[in-house]
Design a binder for this molecule. Structure first.
Ligand code: GLC
Length: 508
């Protein structure tokens, strides 16, 4: 916990910056981001004005899924450094008043986790196998469940039994009906809380409990239903008991520790159950991320999410990009829209999650060479789905250095495109840059308070106020009049005092 702060539900209004550790900053020159590199760049994050950072997994891992395949939940992978490097990074972040949230991956372990190795060795019917979801030998898999990464969700072992993996075969699903599993994760939470972390981002928080009897879905292309319709392997009522137990652990520590769920549920109200007062503090708002650039759809999404969160007294969260989704400059099709979307998001009540590099306006890298791609989505789809490497390309820090300063040696685990003009060094101090837009927005945002009120507005214009700001976003095809007030920030020029298409303005 940062020393100078009095705990006060800081997470309710925080800006939390996601760090994909492997691609943020490389301190030892091997072309892979690490904890030393991250520590050295913390002053940049302080100057950006974030309240907290969320680190994607840096635990011991064979890196089949970028570290979301954990082989040891209590140690740092040598790729990223050591526990001592973690402690030093945490202390340095806290000294700058930046809180630190770590990822926890409870739905599955790595197939190289000692538990899975002993489950394979101990054989069918063993206590060791009961920690995972094994089913007896048969010609056909036990049901029709599909892996989120493509293909079926079952793999056969040498002795004929099947085991479940909702993701890669290297990520066997744990059996959360097993008492060892529950006790182990409670202990892992305490391990990191004792070290001083401020909270957790819970990976696949909707996945741990499966419907009794593992019933088939009944049709293929199940991933298309994710977040829209009930599935027997997601969002089962039993997950909530786990979070009630975890909340008690979090609350037993001083310093306002929190947890945010990566949860997909079929309605905003089902999602709100994860953030009931005795469960988790926040859940990601993927409806906002998925909403198209349409005033009507954005307004409907914002209203539904605020209402659902209000119904349980939780803050809403907002997110435009993360390490699993195409970067929003590319999704929206223009840097101008991305800038306007950022001002929209940062004016809304609740917490905002940023993804590293969005403050530089980085686009998705669409033309990575096939042999550089590492995402299992690419491999399991037989190369038909490019996967998520395009949003994970290492950051450009300094236009004048090899690998744009990502590493000291010019190495980079994924090749970077020509990003000289987008490097942080090229944007710093340039008023019209993405970086300065984000810096100013984050500074001003601290003064905004309270819920939002919509104003009547022309078609395809979003116009709302909350304490401290009026935000107007023009999603129509023609310029509109800027309402009365003094302009404190805009995402683009305002020629003749009018708000052009795809532009946002903050007024007082
Ligand atoms: C989450 C992570 C994603 C990972 C998956 C499996 O969705 O965000 O990166 O591949 O879980 O752990």
């Amino acid at each position: 916990m940062p020393s100078s702060d009095v705990p006060s539900n800081w997470w309710r209004t925080a800006v939390i910056y996601e760090i994909y550790v492997r691609s943020f900053a490389d301190g030892n020159g091997d072309g892979e981001g690490d904890l030393i590199g991250l520590r050295e760049r913390l002053p940049y994050l302080r100057d950006l004005g974030v309240d907290a950072i969320w680190l994607t997994p840096f635990y011991r891992s064979p890196m089949v899924d970028g570290g979301y395949d954990v082989a040891d939940y209590r140690d740092v992978d040598p790729l990223f450094g050591s526990l001592a490097d973690f402690d030093a990074m945490l202390a340095a972040a806290h000294a700058l008043d930046i809180r630190v949230i770590v990822d926890i991956v409870p739905n599955h372990t790595s197939s190289q986790h000692p538990w899975f190795a002993s489950a394979l060795a101990a054989g069918p019917g063993s206590l060791e196998r009961d920690r995972y979801i094994f089913r007896p030998s048969s010609e056909e898999p036990p049901n029709d469940w599909e892996s989120i990464f493509g293909g079926r969700a079952w793999t056969r072992t040498a002795d004929g039994e099947w085991y479940l993996h909702l993701f890669d075969p290297g990520q066997p699903d744990l059996n959360w009906d097993n008492a060892d599993v529950r006790a182990e994760f409670e202990s892992v939470l305490r391990f990191w809380l004792d070290r001083g972390v401020d909270g957790f981002r819970i990976d696949v928080a909707h996945g741990m409990v499966k419907a009794a009897g593992l019933p088939s879905v009944g049709h293929p292309q199940q991933i298309g239903l994710l977040g829209r319709e009930p599935l027997p392997y997601f969002d089962q009522d039993g997950v909530h008991e786990i979070y009630r137990a975890w909340r008690k652990i979090l609350d037993s520590y001083p310093g306002d520790r929190m947890a945010v769920a990566e949860a997909w549920a079929s309605t905003p109200l089902r999602l709100a159950r994860y953030v009931a007062p005795d469960e988790l503090h926040q859940a990601f708002n993927f409806d906002f991320l998925a909403a198209p650039w349409s005033a009507a759809q954005l307004r409907a999404t914002i209203d539904a999410c605020v209402e659902a969160a209000d119904s349980v007294g939780a803050p809403t969260t907002w997110v435009l990009s993360n390490h699993d989704k195409a970067r929003h400059v590319t999704r929206f099709g223009s840097p101008g829209i991305a800038r306007a979307a950022a001002l929209l998001m940062l004016a809304l009540p609740g917490a905002a999650y940023l993804y590293q590099g969005e403050e530089l306006g980085l686009p998705e890298v669409l033309d990575l060479p096939d042999d550089a791609r590492q995402d299992p989505v690419w491999h399991r789809s037989g190369g038909t789905d490019p996967g998520r490497d395009g949003c994970r390309v290492p950051l450009p820090w300094d236009a004048s250095l090899p690998a744009y300063g990502f590493s000291t040696t010019g190495r980079s685990w994924l090749p970077q495109p020509d990003w000289a003009s987008l490097a942080a060094s090229a944007q710093q101090g340039v008023p019209s840059s993405f970086l300065e837009l984000y810096r100013t927005a984050l500074r001003l945002r601290r003064t905004f308070t309270g819920p939002l009120t919509w104003h009547d507005s022309p078609a395809d214009v979003l116009d709302f106020s909350r304490g401290g700001v009026r935000c107007v976003v023009n999603l129509s095809g023609a310029a509109v009049t800027v309402p009365a007030g003094s302009v404190v920030l805009s995402s683009g020029d305002l020629p003749d005092g009018a708000l052009p298409p795809d532009t946002a303005v903050w007024l007082r």
